[in-house]
Design a protein around this ligand. Structure first.
Ligand SMILES: Cc1cc2nc3c(=O)[nH]c(=O)nc-3n(C[C@H](O)[C@H](O)[C@H](O)COP(=O)(O)O)c2cc1C
Length: 452
């Protein structure tokens, strides 16, 4: 059996990085109180994962904020934080087919038919104007009716009722493409939502693989072993055998319900939309499951969604600029809108090619900044120092009017149109002043100089 489940990761966290997890034993209200605890921690610049033992009337504990630090994401891949992007890029390309097994812990409790009641789950309402409780950590699998291939991604699910969930497919998502096929043939679309798995699973299902690639194979690559999957109870789909909770259901291609507003990764509310509805046919779970939540609109949401994108952006830039070292989308740009690119510059002009590749690879990016490899792209202030001292504004900044952006960008016009700015903050290859240096500082033992 796969070892890499959510519990295995929590044990690892407690052992290897106990400062990365906190526990709340007192009862908290799933409506705002749980998220208020996380927001208070955030206001103190603290981003631990938090396990809430008692949430409202539910006897199911809730784990939230799990993805809010790069250190925890790196730990999920068994590497150092600085190596996270590199390890992700390598393993993403070594895809491993999932392995179908007969059963697993996810079948310990099987609820179908009239017994299905989503209100028994501790579904969280995070932000003041969210339209209701939202399942935010659901990895949904569905099948292309033409190719029969699986597609998996995370989509928000508003709780509409005991047997009914909403779903939002962004226009650009592969799942939307598959849903449109179901609309065309007027056939219901089967879905299954996995809630609660090892973080490597979540990083894998969010990979930007081409349409038609089964994200479970990327999960296998990231976990370095085949993902073990079991057949669902009421739909013709497969889910991880060691997940905490699975929700199965059917989407009627014609049915719509108002869904939203919802606190998005932009830290703004997304507008209400008429969105499809999932009629839930089964819930399966472990005997004492953990309910995984993602703190929507906050770092938990931003970092998880942003990290897999770094891989596809890097790979596109690598074609245009072979000396690219790494890329990062900082939280100051919601982990989507600003991209820092580190290169080992060899020719004048190649920074601009790298910027064009970044824009072409990810429509979210509206500011792309290229720096030399001596600048730390994980530090906003380091990058801004390069912008302040290495940029000739007339020559090194360019502007693209009204390119394709993303509708969730609040500045987008006519749905998608966003203007973009590229900044070449690399030093000219010739004639740039030398950086100051104080000799001997690394050898200094401060304790032998400074006394109280
Ligand atoms: C917490 C979280 C919530 C997300 N919610 C949605 C959503 O509601 N709708 C959507 O289309 N994408 C959402 N995404 C992004 C998709 O999961 C992501 O783009 C995924 O790669 C889409 O897969 P697909 O293109 O194979 O459908 C979310 C991502 C995260 C991390």
């Amino acid at each position: 059996m796969n070892k890499k489940d959510l519990r295995d990761y929590l044990e690892l966290l407690k052992k290897e990085a106990p400062e990365e997890i906190e526990f709340v034993k007192r009862n908290v209200n799933p409506r705002f109180e749980l998220s208020a605890v996380l927001a208070k921690l955030e206001s103190q610049n603290r981003y631990p994962a938090v396990l809430f033992h008692q949430v409202g009337h539910s006897n199911i504990p809730v784990l939230s904020n799990l993805f809010a630090t790069r250190r925890r994401l790196a730990l999920a891949l068994g590497c150092d934080e600085r190596k996270l992007n590199e390890v992700y890029r390598e393993r993403e390309d070594h895809r491993i087919e999932p392995k179908l097994v007969k059963t697993g812990p996810i079948k310990e409790i099987v609820i179908t038919g009239k017994d299905v009641d989503l209100t028994k789950l501790p579904i969280i309402t995070h932000n003041e104007k969210d339209a209701g409780p939202y399942i935010t950590a659901g990895a949904m699998v569905l099948r292309d009716p033409d190719t029969k291939k699986r597609n998996i991604g995370i989509y928000r699910h508003m709780l509409h009722g005991p047997k009914e969930l909403g779903v939002h497919f962004a226009e650009t998502s592969h799942s939307n493409l598959i849903f449109e096929k179901h609309i065309k043939i007027n056939k219901p679309m089967e879905v299954a939502i996995t809630l609660g798995m090892h973080p490597a699973f979540y990083l894998g299902v969010l990979s930007f693989v081409p349409f038609g690639v089964d994200e479970y194979t990327v999960v296998g690559g990231l976990m370095e072993e085949p993902l073990e999957i079991v057949k669902c109870e009421t739909v013709d789909l497969e889910v991880p055998s060691i997940a905490e909770i699975v929700i199965e259901g059917i989407i009627d291609p014609q049915k719509r319900k108002e869904e939203g507003p919802y606190g998005e990764f932009t830290t703004l509310y997304g507008k209400p939309l008429m969105n499809p509805v999932i009629d839930v046919t089964a819930i399966t779970m472990r005997k004492e499951p953990i309910y995984l939540d993602i703190f929507s609109g906050h770092l938990d949401h931003q970092l998880l969604g942003g990290t897999p994108r770094l891989s596809s952006i890097y790979k596109a830039i690598k074609v245009a600029c072979p000396t690219v070292k790494d890329v990062f989308m900082p939280p100051s740009g919601c982990c989507r809108f600003t991209c820092y690119i580190s290169i080992e510059k060899r020719h004048e002009g190649e920074a601009k090619n790298a910027i064009c590749a970044a824009f072409a690879s990810d429509p979210f990016i509206k500011y792309a900044v290229v720096v030399d490899s001596d600048i730390d792209i994980f530090s906003d202030s380091n990058v801004w120092k390069a912008i302040a001292t290495r940029v000739n504004v007339d020559e090194d900044i360019f502007h693209i009017r009204e390119a394709k952006g993303h509708p969730l960008d609040p500045t987008a016009k006519k749905g998608f149109l966003v203007s973009k700015v590229g900044i070449d903050a690399t030093k000219p290859l010739l004639g740039y002043p030398e950086t100051i240096h104080v000799p001997g500082s690394s050898e200094i033992e401060l304790d032998s100089y400074i006394t109280k």
